[in-house]
Design a protein around this ligand. Structure first.
Ligand SMILES: *Cc1c(COP(=O)(O)O)cnc(C)c1O
Length: 471
């Protein structure tokens, strides 16, 4: 399998080349040249596999330049019960009214990003060793991504992480998840500024191409194709645990996905394109409804940061959806010239209009809805009262938007994108009591922390990487 750019300006490359890159040289995103197809018999044959073996079976279609035995070792290293808390790795948690949660947040940082990031840690270590090189991952975070990246890369050979976060602006729990790591290759950097300052520094450092090359600066952001590929696996897993074998045609399931950058639900779209019988992909947004607006009107209109609301499901507070271009590529019949023209239009006019294609959206299974702060609180309360389960605010957006799309005989799996303890203030607002703490994390905030505070200064970050980076 080789990878091309959604905008057509990249010679086909093997997986291990796109793994370490961000955007394609033409500004587009890497996509596989073809989508592998999985037939019904093969699908049925995967029911009895461990999660790690299922991951191997799915990923071997995409990561073809890694030999089978080595890829299998990597998926087994990533998806272990000791890391994800149970043999199932991803448990199914039935709620009520035809809904279940797909438990994607049992990993070390209690959010679904661990599902992809844990594999990425092993993949990076493997590919860097094979090439005899090293990488310095530079990122900015205000929450889930940074901690998932740090927990995935800790102790890995050939990789160092420099993660910038705005000083004093994360919750004590999120801070402790990152700053309590004592591994020598993990560098927590608290910047005296806001999240945008952190992001500006990352852009400035990565934009200095000489520095970037000399210090092998990389990223693990949500457009990384390996993250999407790893996420495809749990859609197959969700299908097999929510359906019964047998019957002339394979049973269908629907998924509801709390969405921000369109990375999680894009993986569902890929799984469906591979032949997984997904009836609906229900896209849930919060008040930042760029994506819901697209599926309702056909108009894609990213927002300015000033138009982006700070909500109680903060990991979905996005102004533009960085992975959306990969879906548009499929919608345009995989015609890169059309995608390129659309993104030129976006640049010039701030939006593009695909309302003429609205009839096509249903063919891809997508439906969408939004959820507000009041909906979130009401849903957390209602689910708790009916089932005794406490759900996090992002997952609550998924449940709220999913309900009207539940159909008889079709399991609706809401992707549990975080555990409630990460967002306990909102749980207190909804239920009048804090979220339950998973065992082992009772004292997280009182563990010793390791963080360096610096002014919002590009040179200070460069000096740090030069002095302490992987070499
Ligand atoms: C990242 C994140 C999301 C959004 O996922 P996308 O892939 O960006 O659509 C939703 N919920 C939580 C808790 C997250 O961390």
């Amino acid at each position: 399998m080789r990878y091309v750019s959604t905008r057509g300006g990249m010679a086909p490359q093997p997986f291990t080349d796109v793994l370490l890159e961000g955007l394609a040289p033409d500004g587009g995103l890497a996509v596989p040249e073809t989508i592998p197809r999985i037939g019904p018999a093969q699908l049925e044959s995967w029911r009895g596999l461990s999660y790690a073996d299922l991951a191997f079976e799915v990923l071997r279609h995409f990561l073809t330049d890694i030999p089978d035995d080595e890829l299998r070792a990597l998926t087994h290293a990533a998806y272990r019960p000791e890391v994800f808390g149970s043999e199932a790795i991803v448990p199914l948690k039935p709620l009520d009214g035809g809904l279940s949660l797909l438990g994607l947040s049992q990993g070390p940082t209690l959010a679904f990003k661990d599902m992809a990031m844990q594999l990425l840690g092993h993949l990076f270590e493997y590919v860097l060793a094979r090439r005899g090189t090293t990488l310095n991952i530079l990122g900015a975070t205000s929450g889930d991504t940074g901690s998932a990246a740090e927990h995935a890369m800790r102790g890995k050979h050939g990789v160092a992480v420099f993660m910038l976060s705005p000083k004093g602006r994360m919750s004590p729990f999120q801070r402790a998840q990152m700053y309590s790591l004592q591994d020598a290759n993990i560098h927590n950097i608290a910047v005296e500024g806001v999240f945008d300052d952190c992001q500006d520094i990352v852009k400035a450092v990565s934009g200095d191409l000489d520095f970037k090359a000399a210090h092998r600066i990389g990223a693990v952001n949500s457009i990384n194709w390996a993250r999407i590929a790893a996420q495809v696996v749990y859609y197959f897993h969700g299908w097999r645990v929510a359906t019964q074998p047998g019957g002339a045609t394979p049973p269908e399931v629907s998924f509801a996905v709390p969405s921000g950058n369109f990375g999680n639900i894009l993986a569902g779209h890929v799984a469906r394109s591979m032949g997984l019988p997904i009836r609906r992909l229900v896209l849930a947004t919060n008040e930042n409804n760029v994506l819901e607006e697209f599926f309702r009107t056909g108009i894609y209109r990213p927002r300015a940061s000033s138009e982006t609301f700070e909500t109680s499901s903060p990991s979905m507070d996005i102004s533009k959806a960085s992975n959306f271009e990969r879906f548009v590529y499929d919608l345009m019949g995989r015609d890169a010239a059309k995608v390129k023209a659309l993104w030129e239009q976006l640049q010039a006019r701030g939006q593009f209009d695909l309302s003429a294609l609205r009839g096509e959206f249903g063919r891809y299974g997508f439906v969408a809805g939004t959820s507000s702060h009041a909906d979130r609180l009401a849903t957390i309360r209602e689910v708790f009262e009916r089932t005794g389960t406490v759900i996090d605010p992002h997952t609550a957006d998924g449940v709220k938007v999913a309900r009207p799309f539940v159909e008889p005989g079709v399991p609706m799996l809401v992707l549990e994108t975080a555990l409630p303890v990460k967002f306990s203030e909102t749980i207190e607002a909804a239920l009048g009591r804090p979220a339950p703490r998973p065992p082992g994390l009772e004292n997280l905030e009182s563990l010793p922390q390791r963080v360096l505070t610096i002014p919002a200064d590009v040179q200070a970050v460069k000096d740090l990487i030069a002095a302490q980076g992987a070499r």
